[in-house]
Design a binder for this molecule. Sequence first.
Ligand SMILES: NC(=O)c1ccc[n+]([C@@H]2O[C@H](COP(=O)([O-])OP(=O)(O)OC[C@H]3O[C@@H](n4cnc5c(N)ncnc54)[C@H](OP(=O)(O)O)[C@@H]3O)[C@@H](O)[C@H]2O)c1
Length: 332
Amino acid sequence: MKAVQLTAYNKNVLRALLSLKVIEKENPIIQTDEVLVKMHAASCNPSDVAFIQGGYNIIKKLPAVPGFEGSGVVVDAGSDSKDMVGKKVSCFIQDDIDGTWAEYFKLKKNSLIILDEAMDLDQAACFSVNPFTAYAMMEIAEIRASKVIIQNAAGGQVPSLIRQLAKIRQIETINVVRKVETAEKLKAEGEKYVLVEQDEKFSDQLKQLAYDLNATTAFDAVSGQNSGLIINAMPPDSELIIYGGLSNKPVSEINPLDIIFQNKIISGFNLLDWKVELNEDGYEKIVSELQQLFIKGSLKTIIQGEVKIDNIIQGLKTYIGNMSNGKILIKP
Ligand SMILES: NC(=O)c1ccc[n+]([C@@H]2O[C@H](COP(=O)([O-])OP(=O)(O)OC[C@H]3O[C@@H](n4cnc5c(N)ncnc54)[C@H](OP(=O)(O)O)[C@@H]3O)[C@@H](O)[C@H]2O)c1
């Protein structure tokens, strides 16, 4: 089969891209409890980019096939899972095995989501991670009784899904972006509250909105000084939940007096830990609810384009150059 192989980690993203090679290798051999998926498409998320830079919490022995997520059809299965053959699936796995940027991918049956026949396989390539993250964020907002939330990196797909779910749940979003053009795009889509972090009045504008609307929950995908600017602008009893480190910088600029005297909290979110807390029925209910929203078209991941495996480097360059345009799918 054809696969993408990472030969060396490199902090410099361009050099990391250049260490990706398209190779021919043997198809994976499955064990009794595994299934073989013929890939329809694989996604590329910021975690994949961080992975090839050696800057993620998953380090695989090299050479390795990258790609944590994707969709496809089960074409072979071990004796434990013969009933799976022919099923449409969405996959997500972060074990030290070859990933989804290949024509075929093997994994354990219990690590994948079996899809409804009506589910679109392009959308399914981005289904296992971001929609569940956005869903979890909405649950957190509801537990915290927040009717208004703040989110940064708001041109990205997790924030986009959060906005889509927030509309269903009648929660308002204050959206923070880094580029004026992304702000214009969100405003043109009808978003009421959009702020640009580079604006010299950003802190004052955010504070005004956060206090006026009582926005006491924020979801932070950026970290660095952005975390401090946001939590400092929020009212007492607020919580900033960090779920991404897109700035590649340590969290900074936090006013310690607010944390001590205004009961402000900074916490972290990790999807895999959140899933572990759910019982099997609870998880299956969420899988079904989210799939139905995708099938009805009420939820959608924006996909800016697709590339064949052979053009992976060009595809990743396009994605990294304009992440707010949407995901790029990698197709066999
Ligand atoms: N903790 C978890 O369990 C979990 C689960 C899912 C996702 N995540 C994380 O969530 C984050 C967002 O993922 P996604 O799929 O929504 O990403 P995405 O669709 O690829 O979009 C990334 C967004 O971040 C913006 N951005 C990139 N670097 C930035 C920086 N230094 N400062 C400000 N904005 C920046 C991009 O804006 P430009 O267009 O301006 O580049 C783009 O709008 C990632 O960090 C991902 O790893 C975490």
